[in-house]
Design a protein around this ligand. Sequence first.
Ligand SMILES: [Zn+2]
Length: 426
Amino acid sequence: MKLRMTYNGTDMKWQEALAAWFTQHTEEGVALLRDLVRQDTVNPPGNEYRAAEVVTGYLQRYGIPSTCYEGAPGRTNVLARIGDGAPVVFVPAHTDVVPVGDGWTHDPFDPVVRDGFIYGRGVADDKGPLTSLLMLAAFLKQYEGAFRGTLLAGAVADEECGSTYGLGYLLEQKLVSADYAIVPDTGASIYRVSCGEKGLLHVEVTFTGAQAHGSTPEQGCNAAWAAWEFLAALRAEFGDQIGYCPASAHAWFTPTSINLAQVQGGEVYNIVPGQCRVRLDIRYVPGETQEAWLARLRGYAQQVRDRQQCRGFDVRVAAHMPPYVVEADSPLITAVDKAVRAFTGRRIECVGMSGTTVCKQLIQHGIPAIGWSQDSQHQAHMANERLALSELRTFGVVLGLAFLALGNNLEAIRDGCTSEYSGDSH
Ligand SMILES: [Zn+2]
């Protein structure tokens, strides 16, 4: 079937062309997704080169050049550019999957389609979004020169184990640069956009007392009791579970949380512990700072010291990543909202993540990034992982519209841009 498109304001518009493309290529898309899932890319060990071969094969069929980069043998990343110039919109979908686990009712690497769903390891996380992305790349290739901007499509390795050989490698080696990034890996829905992440602060607080014989505790200073006093003060402020910090607020986020991860002190019955260590995992909302949290913790520890319940204490940061938000009025979020509204009539909702994702790595390298993907009904990492086939098209279309909106291409059509272009589909 021929797909003709003319930009004179009267002929087919981008949205209709995109929707038609995805409808016409449904079967091909399902076959591509099946082929991707058949490649065992369980990480560890990864073996993403298997999926990379499928990706490059598909791109070749549409005349799209691609480049492979390996951070280690077999850990293949594929990058492909469609279009030219700014803005460069980087969309990295990952090719590795988590281990299979128990409870599957069929072979997780031989996908089945039933009642409009496809079942298999990785169909939702993240090979389904990757399929939408590759189909979009094929669509855009037909119209290269007729839109502004570059889609930098990525099939990246190692997301499930820290991205050392995937996105981390590509960013460290400066193999990617982009104006914006959309990470198609939330599993939420096209209406819920991850626009920020809490800060992560891992802190170790160590109390020092004085060791003594267990039969004469009065001659020592018990560091375990000091830790207990410290934790009691935290608990008094943050509630029974030392969970949410009620004073912390941000519209997109749940409140700051504190997880008491570890308490370690003492050796045997007949020794008064001379040292006790407390490990806390704090996830704090944007607007708060690492410094303020450390000052707060030092304040509690100092109170314990002032009451002579310890001889000394040490507050040490084991890990820290600051929080971030992509502002609601940024071009990236505006474009996504515009795309979703155009195709579905609904507005998007910005949400903040409690955990950290690869978006943080992108942000740290100066690339504004959001998480946005298909609705997989939280199937990621589950047995019988599934994806509604309709999501391949829905997400492909809105991703395409968001990309075009970032390059202001949608407005050009609405304004009756007269530059004529027509292209034929395969
Ligand atoms: Zn994922």
